[in-house]
Write a protein that binds this ligand. Structure first.
Ligand SMILES: NC(=O)c1ccc[n+]([C@@H]2O[C@H](COP(=O)([O-])OP(=O)(O)OC[C@H]3O[C@@H](n4cnc5c(N)ncnc54)[C@H](OP(=O)(O)O)[C@@H]3O)[C@@H](O)[C@H]2O)c1
Length: 246
């Protein structure tokens, strides 16, 4: 699946309405990939996002998140690539009325549902998962990290070709205000500058933040390249990959 054959590729993008997802949809369309942008029925930005995605030439898929509906979409569309770019936040989970362990219910539960639907699909799509830095070899106690750890474990057993991207902070001009995340990214970027100055280049490149567009460039490049197969891409490599794609 290399650049000259991308017009034959169909990609199904979940989390298309997110900060990273929107850029993924735009970049795929720029590459001529047939792009199915998923917008959940409850999405608060459904009208604007539908208009924007259709203007880019993407097709909207608006099925609810349940196993039967996702499988039906997979069976009908037979994508070659599936992007899983979803994740909740405390504020969003409150609006969605999600109770209990929100990361287990949404970030793990829905991603796992999508992975199973993809694994059952005849086209056996490559699965591109947006994880995060800090996933190790043992099950984390923190529920946000644990959700990503569990999906990465399932990816390895899925039988599909997969990529798990582990960025540090995702920064830039998102529409939604996230003061704690911005503060964390600013603190981390300052620490990165100091670490770079003192020669800790590897540490610095692991924790440097990326914008949604930069991350999307790396994800699309990995999705469309045969060189990326059954592997984790850590933050430093995501940064090299997005620069290659400039
Ligand atoms: N933010 C960071 O600094 C950071 C760092 C490292 C890794 N990550 C990973 O990257 C992912 C994407 O980040 P982002 O900043 O691009 O995300 P984002 O802008 O918050 O978008 C999240 C996406 O998930 C969907 N979503 C949220 N709750 C949902 C629910 N209950 N049911 C179905 N879909 C739901 C949203 O749909 P609606 O628009 O319909 O709500 C949206 O499409 C994160 O979730 C995380 O796994 C993030």
């Amino acid at each position: 699946m290399d650049r000259d054959t991308t017009s034959e590729v169909t990609a199904f993008v979940t989390g298309a309405t997110g900060y990273t997802g929107r850029s993924v949809v735009a970049l795929l369309r720029r590459r001529g990939v047939t792009t199915l942008a998923h917008i959940r029925p409850e999405s608060t930005r459904a009208i604007e996002d539908t208009r924007d995605f259709e203007a880019l030439g993407a097709r909207i898929i608006s099925c609810p998140w349940n196993a039967a509906e996702l499988s039906a979409v997979m069976d009908a569309e037979r994508p070659q690539v599936v992007f899983c770019l979803i994740g909740t936040t405390r504020a969003r989970a409150r609006k969605d009325n999600v109770k209990g362990d929100i990361y287990d219910t949404i970030d793990y539960g829905l991603s796992s549902m999508l992975l199973h639907a993809a694994a059952m699909c005849q086209s056996q799509p490559k699965f591109i998962y947006l994880s995060c830095t800090g996933i190790g070899t043992s099950e984390p106690r923190n529920s946000y990290l644990r959700a990503r750890y569990k999906i990465e474990r399932e990816l390895k057993k899925s039988g599909l070709s997969w990529v798990s991207a582990r960025p540090s902070f995702i920064t830039g001009n998102r529409e939604e205000s996230r003061p704690l995340e911005s503060l964390g990214a600013r603190f981390m970027n300052s620490a990165v500058s100091v670490a770079s100055a003192f020669g800790a280049k590897k540490w610095a490149s692991t924790y440097r933040s990326q914008t949604g567009l930069e991350l999307a460039r790396a994800l699309v490049a990995a999705a469309l390249s045969d060189d990326y197969h059954n592997r984790v891409i850590e933050s430093d490599e995501l940064q090299r990959l997005h620069r290659l794609d400039d």
